[in-house]
Ligand binder design. Structure first.
Ligand code: NI
Length: 192
């Protein structure tokens, strides 16, 4: 009775290791798709130059997109979808559309203010120090990198996901950039 279990120990350990590995990866998936691993506190500055933190938005949904104002295509298109969806819902006060720049060198508050005028009055634009924005991007698992353009200047490569955070500040769901305004509005309406 003693021998057999001892002989099994290496196998049990091996199986435990496999299970741990599976759980580890399942944890990753849950983090991306549903659990509390996306998002977190941030301390940034809005388009009026006022300090804003995630706590300012408690009690309201945050619809968050990371990008930059010099983006030629994906950012304006995605912000346009968010803006259209908000209009379709009648600009509900319970949802705050938030644009967080990943290009703070160029996206100062005044630049964000001008840029966001095209997308409606509800939008909050956030910028800040490299460190503060890097922390926020990491918390939301946003990838970004500077890439130089021929002839000078640079563009920012960045992941393009819209995040919905709940009134408690916790992750609710995400939408990829291919979503249209109707689908986004429909999904948001169901959650309000
Ligand atoms: Ni972009």
């Amino acid at each position: 009775m003693i021998r057999t279990p001892l002989a099994l120990v290496p196998y049990v350990l091996a199986i435990a290791a496999v299970i741990a590995g599976v759980l580890w990866h399942a944890g990753d998936l849950v983090g991306t798709q549903g659990a509390a691993m996306v998002g977190g506190p941030f301390a940034l500055v809005d388009q009026e130059g006022a300090a804003r933190s995630d706590r300012d938005f408690r009690g309201r949904y945050m619809l968050i997109y990371f990008g930059y104002t010099f983006c030629p295509d994906v950012c304006p298109a995605t912000l346009g979808v968010m803006s259209d969806a908000m209009q379709k819902l009648g600009d509900p006060k319970r949802i705050v559309p938030i644009f967080i720049t990943i290009d703070p060198a160029r996206d100062k508050p005044a630049v964000l203010k001008t840029y966001l005028k095209s997308f409606g009055p509800a939008f909050v634009g956030l910028t800040g120090s490299d460190k503060a924005l890097g922390d926020a991007a990491r918390a939301y698992r946003v990838y970004f990198a500077k890439h130089p353009l021929p002839g000078g200047g640079y563009a920012m490569d960045h992941s393009s996901t819209i995040y919905l955070m709940g009134p408690d500040g916790k992750f609710v769901t995400y939408y990829d950039e291919t979503i249209g305004p109707d689908a986004l509005a429909d999904d948001l309406r169901k959650r309000l």
